[in-house]
Design a protein around this ligand. Structure first.
Ligand code: AKG
Length: 280
């Protein structure tokens, strides 16, 4: 899958891009079939994901369920989020020489589940140098405008980076900080575009694009996996501790180890060699 120049220009204009039919349906079905096990704590590889924010039996069914770095726990997730073509597309969209995974998200919003607050991904990247992300949000179910799908604020990737939002999961007002930011830059009439895709489609978004999602008022679950990418040559920012991912920083070095932040694609063939075996 190669993006066209027109698609790259569209992304740079809007701050997001939709591509239908990116991931083959058997891979989509296999990853979707793993959700019950993952959120129930049955991890195929034996390894617990870095963040397991919703656990069956512990957390409210009204909350949107989220796991971060499901790729370490489950190869069906890994086979999507660690794809070379996702890395290449992310790098091309940002005009980077390569892209590596920063983290993935596995997100499950059943009917009736609550919102995720509007935010910019780059607000959470102060432990990375450069502090920039681009993301590929892959639909594992067909999405609908009233089914709690992701919403993008068109053109907001040109706004400054705001601080992290007060409440990410189930805030009372899921667009609060976005509206404040829009007023500050004089863009109060900014358009929100719903991500409406068939399963297997991907929505790419810039790390500064404001996005979030409302409650699922539909009848069907909304499941997705997200590959959040950074530059392949990104390093830890010296003197800034990343609360969770800082555990992978070695003392005396800012280098990012490929075992924890695999390189998906570089223009000179630098994809992490272990991925072939891991994904086989
Ligand atoms: O899927 C959602 O509703 C939120 C996803 C998100 O915040 C992201 O992909 O950065």
């Amino acid at each position: 899958m190669e993006l066209s120049q027109a698609q790259i220009e569209q992304f740079r204009e809007d701050g997001f891009l939709f591509v239908e039919g990116f991931v083959e349906l058997p891979l989509v079905e296999r990853a979707g079939a793993r959700f019950e096990a993952l959120f129930g704590g049955a991890f195929e590889t034996g390894l617990q994901p870095d963040e397991w924010n919703w656990q069956a039996g512990r957390d409210s069914p009204e909350l949107t369920r989220q796991i971060c770095n499901g790729w370490k726990a489950d190869r069906a997730v890994a086979r999507i989020v660690l794809r070379e073509d996702i890395g290449r597309a992310c790098a091309k969209l940002m005009d980077w020489p390569g892209a590596r995974i920063n983290q993935d998200n596995v997100i499950w919003k059943p009917p009736g589940a609550k919102s995720l607050g509007f935010h910019q991904d780059d607000s959470y990247q102060d432990w990375v140098e450069p502090a920039q992300m681009v993301s590929a949000w892959i639909a594992l179910d067909d999405t609908t405008a009233d089914g709690g799908t992701l919403l993008y604020a068109k053109g907001s990737h040109r706004w400054p980076v705001a601080p992290p939002i007060a409440q990410f999961h189930a805030p009372d007002d899921f667009t609060l900080e976005f509206r404040q930011a829009a007023e500050e830059v004089g863009e109060g009439d900014c358009t929100l575009v719903p991500v409406v895709l068939r399963k297997g489609g991907v929505a790419f978004h810039h790390g500064r694009t404001w996005h979030g999602s409302g409650p699922n008022h539909g009848e069907a679950p909304r499941r997705s996996v997200v590959a959040h990418c950074m530059r392949a040559d990104a390093r830890f920012r010296e003197g800034k501790v990343g609360t969770i991912y800082g555990r992978y920083k070695r003392f005396g070095s800012t280098e990012m180890e490929e075992s924890f932040f695999p390189v998906l694609w570089t223009e000179d063939g630098g994809r992490s060699a272990f991925l072939d075996d891991y994904l086989a």
